[in-house]
Design a protein around this ligand. Structure first.
Ligand code: C2E
Ligand code: CA
Ligand code: CA
Ligand code: CA
Length: 280
C-alpha cells in the first residue's frame, strides 16, 4: 500500500509537471504572438430581436500557433490572465477593435453599429482601463457610445466598491458597460440594483438548457423582467436554434447572439455582411 501510494504520488507529480511545463510554454509563446501576427480578431454579429437588424458585434481573439495550431481562447485567455500578459494584450485588442469599427458602414436601418470588447478581471484591477479606453477612442476617432465593454459578473460583484467607482468613470467617458456571463454568479439579480450597468448578457448555459430545464427558463424570464424594470438591456448569447430564439423573443429579450444567427467572422466578412444588408 505504501509503495502504491508513493507511485501514485510520483505519477501525480509528473502529470503536474507536464501541465506546468505546457503552461509555461504557452505563456512564453503567447508573449510574442501578437508581434508575430499569430493573433487575430474575429467579430460575431449581434442582432436586435424585434426586427433582426444587425446592431453590433463582439470582438473575439483567435490564436493560430505555427506548430500547435489553433488554441482555444478558453485556454490562452486564461494563460494571459494568470501570467499578467493580458495587461499588454487587452489594450491591443481594444485599440484594434476601435480602429476596425471605424471601417464599418451603418446598418440597414441607418444606425451606427457598436463594437463590444471583452475586458478580463485582471484588466479591471491592475491596469488603467479608463485611460486605455480614452486613448483608444481618441486615436481611432470612434464615438464613445459605439464602444461597449463586457465585464464578467463575477469580476464586478467580487469588489463592489471598486466596481461602482470604475463603472462611473467609464460612464463619464461615454462608453456602455455590459455584465457578461450573467446568471452564473448566483448573486446577480440582487446586485443588479447596485451596479450601474447598461446591459446584461445572459450566459449561454441558460440559453442551452432553457427548453429542457424549467428552472433555466424561469431564471431567464426573471432576468429579462428584472433588467427591464431597471431600464437595462438584455442580450442572450449562444442562441443555436430557432426555438431558443422564439422563446427569448416572446419574453422580450432585446438582443441575440449565437451560431443560429451568425458565427464569428473575420473583419472583411463582417463589413461585407453590413454592406449586403444595407444594399438589400
Ligand atoms: P464569451 O465572452 O462568453 O464569448 C462568447 C463565446 O461563445 C465565444 O467563444 C463565441 O465564439 C461562443 N459562441 C457564440 N455563439 C455561440 C453559440 O451559438 N454556441 C456556442 N456553443 N458558442 C457560441 P470563444 O471565442 O471561444 O471565446 C471564449 C471566451 O474567451 C469568451 O467567452 C471570453 O471570455 C474569452 N475571450 C475571447 N476573446 C477575448 C478577448 O479579446 N479578451 C478577453 N478578455 N477575453 C476574451
Ligand atoms: Ca463576452
Ligand atoms: Ca459570455
Ligand atoms: Ca459564457
Amino acid at each position: 500500500a505504501k509503495l502504491a501510494g508513493k507511485n501514485c504520488f510520483r505519477y501525480y507529480n509528473r502529470a503536474m509537471d507536464h501541465a506546468v511545463e505546457r503552461r509555461l510554454y504557452l505563456e512564453q509563446e503567447l508573449r510574442g504572438a501578437w508581434d508575430r501576427g499569430e493573433l487575430r480578431l474575429v467579430y460575431q454579429p449581434i442582432f436586435r430581436t424585434r426586427d433582426h437588424m444587425l446592431v453590433g458585434a463582439e470582438v473575439l481573439l483567435r490564436w493560430n500557433h505555427p506548430t500547435l495550431g489553433s488554441i482555444p481562447p478558453s485556454v490562452f485567455i486564461d494563460v494571459a490572465e494568470q501570467s499578467g500578459l493580458i495587461q499588454a494584450l487587452g489594450p491591443k485588442v481594444l485599440h484594434a477593435a476601435c480602429e476596425q469599427a471605424m471601417q464599418w458602414p451603418r446598418n440597414a436601418a441607418g444606425e451606427e453599429v457598436f463594437i463590444s470588447v471583452n475586458v478580463s478581471p485582471r484588466q479591471l484591477r491592475n491596469g488603467d482601463l479608463v485611460g486605455e479606453v480614452e486613448t483608444s477612442l481618441h486615436t481611432s476617432g470612434l464615438a464613445a457610445s459605439r464602444l461597449h465593454l463586457e465585464l464578467t459578473e463575477t469580476a464586478v460583484i467580487g469588489d463592489e466598491i471598486l466596481a461602482v467607482t470604475l463603472l462611473e468613470k467609464l460612464h463619464r467617458a461615454g462608453v456602455r458597460v455590459w455584465l457578461d456571463d450573467f446568471g452564473t454568479g448566483f448573486s446577480g439579480l440582487s446586485h443588479l440594483r447596485q451596479v450601474p450597468v447598461d446591459g446584461v448578457k445572459i450566459d449561454r448555459s441558460f440559453v442551452a438548457d432553457m427548453e429542457r430545464d424549467p428552472d433555466d427558463l424561469a431564471l431567464t424570464t426573471a432576468i429579462i423582467a428584472m433588467a427591464h424594470a431597471l431600464g437595462i438591456t438584455v442580450v442572450a448569447e449562444g442562441v443555436e436554434q430557432r426555438a431558443q430564439f422564439e422563446l427569448l423573443s416572446q419574453r422580450g429579450c432585446d438582443l441575440v447572439q449565437g451560431y443560429w444567427l451568425g458565427r464569428p467572422l473575420n473583419a472583411d466578412a463582417l463589413v461585407q455582411l453590413l454592406e449586403h444588408d444595407t444594399a438589400g
